[in-house]
Write a protein that binds this ligand. Sequence first.
Ligand SMILES: [Zn+2]
Length: 222
Amino acid sequence: MVIRFRLRLRAVSLLTVGWGIPDVLGADIVTARKVKADGTYEYYVPGSTVKGVLRSAASRVAGAYGFTSCGEVDPEKVRKAHEAMGGPCDVCTLFGYPYPSVEGASKVYVSDFSPVGRPAPVIVARTALRDDTQTVREGSLRSVEHLLPGSEFVGEVRVDGAASRLVPLLLLAVAELRTSRVGRGSLVDARVEDGGALDAVVAPEWRGLLEGVRSWLWEGVV
Ligand SMILES: [Zn+2]
C-alpha cells in the first residue's frame, strides 16, 4: 500500500531562485528554473529540497512528540547512534539513512513541485557578504531573482504503507516547516491536500494535527 497526498507550498516572503547564484549568497535557494523542451523555462521547487527541509523539521520536533531522532548526518555517527538506540531512529526510518542496510531506503518520496498559475519574479540587487568577516566583497553586487510572496507550488508526497505509523511525524514536519525559516530566511506556508485519505491512516490522537495542516497557517498574511 502506498499513502499519497498533495502538498501545496505558498511563499510568505520572497523566495530566492537558484540560477547562477554565487555560493557566497548561501543556501537560501528554495526555487529553481528549468528549461522546457520549447526553450522557455518554468520555476519549480526540487523535491529533494522539500524532502530535506521536511527531514530537518522532523528532526527538530520528533523528541517533543514521542518520536526518536538520532540527530546525526555523518554515516558512521548515524550507524553508531542507531546501534546505541537498539535500531534506526524514527526520522531515519522515514527519510532513509546513509549506511548500507536493507531497511535504509527512504520510505518517503517527494516529487518536484510545479507552479500553480504563474509565479511573479522580481529582480533584487544584493550585496554579497564574505562569510568570514561579514564585510562586503568588492564588486560583488549581484542581481538575484526572487519570486513574490503568494507564489504557489504543488507536488506529491508518497509514503510506503509499511511506515504508516510515522505519517504523523511527517505531518508534524509540515507544521514545523511553516513556522521556521527555510534556507537563509524564506518563510513558506504549506497545506496538505489529501481529499480525506489520511483520515484512515492517522490515529485519532493526531486528528487535530491533520486538520491543522489541511489549512494554510498564514492565511490573510500574504
Ligand atoms: Zn537516525
